[in-house]
Design a protein around this ligand. Structure first.
Ligand SMILES: Cc1ncc(COP(=O)(O)O)c(C=O)c1O
Length: 411
């Protein structure tokens, strides 16, 4: 019995009607860790805003604008409900990268020279570079929790790495190359016991598993709308209310101050508006609110189970192929990272594209991890609720035939 009827779900996604074929083959989109398709519910809500309701939010006193204020704040409520946060703890940003930069910038003022920031070699560039930037500017020290030989982060290694000098821990809940889940709840507890803030990169977790910020007791969470059926250019910075009141905003501009004077004295607006400088991506926020509702209606538990079923099916087929190197056979998420022996990953991805299959190739913005895995690049296949077993079959077929084809081609 199927957990989800992915074929029925596809009816909610116009791309499967409009772009059903790629190079004459059925479209098998398997790059959901990069970005996801959008359902009518999201597209229609955005379109409705532009066609019927366009005006700025929190700027006008006329009815059109008041209506948009309401819609924008309703979107915030929907997102807050999705992660079990208070509305005022949800700040709209342009995405995970922006949120993490804002968190790093804000926390920098609360740290002292020599303080340590703890990350791992499996982090995405967006959860490394903002920390590098503040560390360089303020003389903080970046430290890495050692990973197991498979690339996992264990509680044991974490305990060995954290010290009284650690002031920030920043980790992906689910890593984007290997698809491993980090025990965020336990690690956040240990971080707090040692007096450190816990920042969670939820880019690959929030779209796929229920995230309860209160239960996890994390201080900050960052995620992107486009990886969870929402539009591009919208994301979220969640922070505990008292911490959001403490940190300074990275961006300044209209709407984020309650007053300022010629001497440069500034009084910020209350949280979350303090972090929303300038005209916001109103349509994006409305779309993200719809995406949250859509995912909740289907059920994240079902979505996760469906992805794991596809993953297990794919692994059972791929591990039988002599030419396939699998890097994360036992991952906890619908992400498979692999290579075809002796063939460049980009060449394989291009070949797969000619057969309708979309996978990611390259370094996946996790350059340090690929050094760890001792490979220049990999292929990554990542599932979501609309993927089918036929998509997997198409992928596997490419792995069987691609090797021979490309071998011959490059001889
Ligand atoms: C784990 C992780 N963190 C951060 C990001 C950055 O997300 P965005 O490009 O939406 O800002 C990604 C994107 O792939 C990711 O996988």
């Amino acid at each position: 019995m199927e957990i989800l009827d992915a074929k029925k779900i596809r009816e909610d996604f116009p791309i499967y009607k409009n772009t059903s074929l790629m190079d004459g083959h059925p479209l098998a989109y398997l790059d959901n860790a990069a970005t996801t398709f959008k359902p009518y519910k999201v597209i229609d809500a955005i379109r409705y805003y532009y066609e019927n309701e366009t005006s700025n939010a929190h700027r006008g006193d006329y009815r059109l604008s008041a209506n948009v204020d309401y819609k924008y704040e309703l979107a915030r409520k929907k997102v807050a409900k999705f992660i079990n946060a208070k509305d005022i703890e949800v700040c709209f940003t342009s995405g995970t990268s922006m949120s993490l930069n804002m968190i790093a910038y804000g926390l920098a003022d609360l740290l002292n020279e020599g303080d340590e920031i703890l990350i791992t070699e499996a982090e995405h560039a967006s959860n490394v570079l903002p920390w590098f930037n503040i560390a360089k500017r303020h003389n903080f020290v970046i430290k890495y929790v050692p990973l197991t030989k498979d690339g996992r982060l264990t509680v044991e290694n974490f305990k060995k790495s954290i010290t009284k000098k650690t002031k920030v821990v920043s980790l992906a809940h689910v890593t984007n190359v290997l698809g491993y889940t980090v025990d965020v709840k336990t690690l956040a507890k240990i971080a707090h016991e040692n007096g450190a803030y816990f920042v969670c990169d939820g880019a690959q977790s929030v779209p796929h598993i229920k995230t309860d910020v209160k239960d996890l007791d994390i201080d900050f969470l960052a995620f992107s709308g486009h990886k969870m059926l929402g539009p591009t250019g919208i994301g979220v910075l969640y922070g505990k209310y008292e911490l959001l009141t403490k940190i300074n905003p990275l961006l300044s501009g209209g709407g984020m101050t309650s007053r300022f004077d010629t001497c440069g004295d500034i009084t910020y607006s209350m949280v979350p508006y303090k972090f929303e400088a300038g005209t916001q991506n109103i349509a994006g926020a409305i779309g993200l609110g719809e995406a949250c509702e859509y995912l909740q209606e289907i059920g994240l538990d079902k979505i996760y189970q469906h992805e794991m079923n596809l993953r297990n099916y794919a692994i059972s087929k791929l591990e039988k192929l002599d030419n396939v190197i699998l890097y994360n056979k036992d991952a906890d998420h619908g992400i498979i990272t692999f290579n075809i022996k002796n063939i460049n990953s980009q060449d394989i991805a291009t070949y797969m594209s000619s057969k309708g299959v979309c996978v990611r190739s390259g370094q996946h913005c996790a350059k340090i991890l690929l050094d760890f895995l001792q490979t220049e690049s990999t292929l990554r296949c990542s599932f979501y609720l609309y993927n089918t077993y036929e998509d997997v079959d198409q992928l596997v077929e490419c792995c069987i035939n691609g090797g021979d084809f490309l071998d011959a081609f490059f001889l």
